[in-house]
Write a protein that binds this ligand. Sequence first.
Ligand SMILES: *[C@@H]1O[C@H](CO)[C@@H](O)[C@H](O)[C@H]1NC(C)=O
Length: 289
Amino acid sequence: YFIYFLLFYPHTLILVSSYHQCLFPLHAGGQYEYILVEKRGEKNNVGFIQLNRPKALNALCDGLMREVGQALDAFEVDGDVGAIVITGSDRAFAAGADIKEMQNRTFQECYGGNFLAHWNRVSTVKKPVIAAVNGFALGGGCELAMMCDIIYAGEKAQFGQPEILLGTIPGAGGTQRLTRAVGKSLAMEMVLTGDRISAQEAKQSGLVSKICPVDQLVSEAVKCGEKIASNSKLVSAMAKEAVNAAFELTLAEGNRLEKRLFHATFATDDRKEGMTAFVEKRKASFQDK
Ligand SMILES: *[C@@H]1O[C@H](CO)[C@@H](O)[C@H](O)[C@H]1NC(C)=O
């Protein structure tokens, strides 16, 4: 059983194959098949998910995305976890969706089964999620990174939405999130030509917030996660909700929501502790309530 997916090198189209099946996971005992899951950081408070289909450059098959969803569910209810990092390998964050899985799909199957809808789990997590992108983030890989709240890129990272070259278009938020992140002209160019951008271009255009050396990327992302996890989880979720509203609402509605959430922080013990600690010139100790 071959998995094929497309990898775009400059001026060439290379068809990569792998012998690895990506069926619905049959694992028992909570072991994941396509991802590695652990907790990182000095206080073990950063949930860490590494996509692990190296032979397929982390092509995002159905089983892998289901496992990512399960891992996120587990971190979401884990009281110790204050932030989550998603990464791939040095070579590829994820080189796309699994094209072999899609090759013979019909419109009726896609529409009837709401194909790719479950990918959206990544964007509904309450806890802050950081994508640490080394290597290729193409197609579904780029979309997965953009579902996260913060993107850090390794120096050699490349971002692209090459779906047009396969006769289709991005289907997991690529046309929407990319346009909001980098603006219309660059988004149009990427989506219409399939051309990729470098980590440096991604930084310039606002798609990523930081570029790191390849071998320091993951530890920098975990450090960012630790910083976030040291704040109140409750209030962080409110801050995330407010920032995300900027993509959904008008300025007036967004400002109103922000104001309500701001007022709501005054109902929390953590707001009281944060301001009291500031006044008493000591470090705040948040209890997430
Ligand atoms: C898709 O259909 C073609 C032609 O019918 C067939 O050769 C191919 O093996 C099918 N692919 C998959 C993944 O089933």
